[in-house]
Design a protein around this ligand. Structure first.
Ligand SMILES: Cc1cc2nc3c(=O)[nH]c(=O)nc-3n(C[C@H](O)[C@H](O)[C@H](O)COP(=O)(O)O)c2cc1C
Length: 435
């Protein structure tokens, strides 16, 4: 970290050093499925920060983006299990997975401009019916595709480093881990020792983040600042000079500088970027985020992964009864072909007309993320309306990622710079969506 002296501290006074690379200390966090698009990551990178693409459901994302046919081919291969609850044989074709991941990453890297970095967020708990094999493929294809860095998330990643230790880029690609406790970090460091690889950075994600949370139902009892300070102190005590990057509820530039003053290497941000033009959410979802109230945000047990998932109550996925979509998708299936949604679906009865009742306990995450029906968001989603203008027709103006990025960099005293008012939006205009 390099701090220069300026009268009013702002995030732009700091820089993140990862090895010999210097970055503006903003990481835009990974948001699956294709919510943190290539376009969003490219902007963060062009502006000197780090943008994440997400590797959630890449074959599906590739089909939409590049008109490939991975999803259809998989569905056809597993036709026989469509009307059963036995998904033991539903597997991904590893070569297809490699091709999808490789071309997705390569296309992002080919477009890269500026001094920043493009990293990929790789979730361990995306079991994809063969956890070890598919994870190895996703990691190695990302490195083959030239990715600058890999942020390991949604799991302890106890064996992930070992999976890629023989890759020629193992020591050159930046590797980080997202943790929500010192305990989880210790487990990762121990696994790193076995293959002589320390993480280049550690993201500490608190309980106010979007997506799945690394906490149980007692998430309210934790707060980011305490865990962050604990991690910083632990690394100091071990004499490990690894940048620590807090995430979850950092809403203003001033929130960010407060962490930088406490020794953060950078900040990881997501929710404020969900209403950017470059974000992959459809216009309808962006408006739902923008008009959300605090009472609309809840931490649900609806995810079949078993992790708590923060959602907006307006999410179209809630109370749906869609048939499990394991043949075309099946990203959550464990190695035995199980998924908590299949169980919940099977246990749900029918009404008197023979129609399936809404499935109350779980949602088919694969299907609903593919349709952008699960409105996952950070706790402070309800403050997004204060970051933009309301338009004459009652909707809110979406922002450029550059505007949000610069606001974080330069705002002081928790102020948020509003954009210049724009003209009326096209009805439900889809802004620069890539998929
Ligand atoms: C819409 C959305 C989707 C997310 N998806 C993922 C994901 O796929 N993997 C992951 O590790 N984190 C995910 N996150 C967490 C972010 O990467 C980030 O760490 C966190 O949300 C930062 O907090 P903030 O949203 O309050 O800024 C998601 C967050 C949001 C808002």
């Amino acid at each position: 970290m390099i701090a220069q002296n300026k009268p009013m501290d702002e995030l732009d006074n700091y820089r993140l050093m990862l090895g010999n690379n210097q970055y503006v200390p903003i990481m835009v966090g990974g948001m699956g499925v294709n919510i943190s698009t290539v376009e969003l990551a490219l902007e963060a990178c062009r502006l000197g920060g780090i943008g994440h693409i997400s590797d959630a459901m890449i074959p599906f994302v590739s089909d939409k983006k590049f008109k490939t046919k991975f999803t259809k081919a998989k569905s056809e291969r597993h036709r026989e299990s469509r009307d059963t609850f036995d998904k033991t044989n539903v597997k991904f074709d590893l070569e297809d997975l490699r091709l999808a991941q490789l071309s997705f990453v390569e296309s992002a890297m080919e477009q890269k401009k500026g001094d920043g970095g493009i990293f990929i967020n790789v979730m361990e708990k995306l079991n994809m019916a063969s956890p070890g094999e598919t994870l190895r493929m996703r990691l190695t294809a990302s490195m083959d595709g030239g990715i600058d860095g890999i942020t390991m998330s949604a799991g302890l990643h106890n064996s992930s480093l070992k999976l890629i230790a023989d890759h020629p880029r193992f020591h050159d690609v930046k590797i980080g881990i997202i943790v929500s406790s010192v305990r989880a970090l210790k487990i990762f460091l121990r696994s790193g020792k076995r293959v002589d690889r320390l993480p280049d950075y550690v993201v500490v994600e608190g309980p106010l983040a979007g997506g799945h949370l690394g906490f149980g139902e007692d998430w309210r009892e934790y707060n980011l600042k305490d865990i962050f300070v604990e991690v910083v102190n632990f690394l100091k005590s071990e004499q490990l000079d690894i940048p620590v990057i807090p995430a979850g509820g950092i809403f203003t530039g001033t929130d960010s500088t407060e962490y930088m003053q406490l020794g953060a290497g950078a900040v990881q941000l997501a929710t404020r970027f969900t209403i950017s033009e470059e974000c992959g959410l459809p216009a309808k979802a962006k408006q739902a985020f923008l008009s959300a109230e605090e009472k609309d945000v809840f931490v649900s047990t609806l995810s079949p992964t078993g992790y708590p998932l923060r959602l907006l109550r307006q999410s179209p996925c809630i109370d749906s009864n869609v048939k499990p979509q394991c043949e075309p998708l099946g990203y959550i299936l464990n190695k035995d072909g199980g998924c908590q949604y299949i169980d919940a679906y099977e246990a749900t009865g029918f009404n008197e007309k023979g129609k399936k009742l809404p499935v109350k306990d779980k949602v088919c995450l694969c299907y609903h993320f593919s349709k952008y029906n699960a409105y996952t968001c950070g706790h402070y989603v309800y403050r997004l309306k204060d970051t933009t203008q309301k338009l004459a027709d009652g909707r809110f103006q979406v922002l450029s990622a550059e505007h949000i990025f610069n606001d974080y960099l330069h705002s002081t005293e928790h102020k948020i710079a509003l954009p210049e008012p724009a003209g009326e939006l096209e009805p439900q205009a889809e802004t620069k969506r890539s998929a």
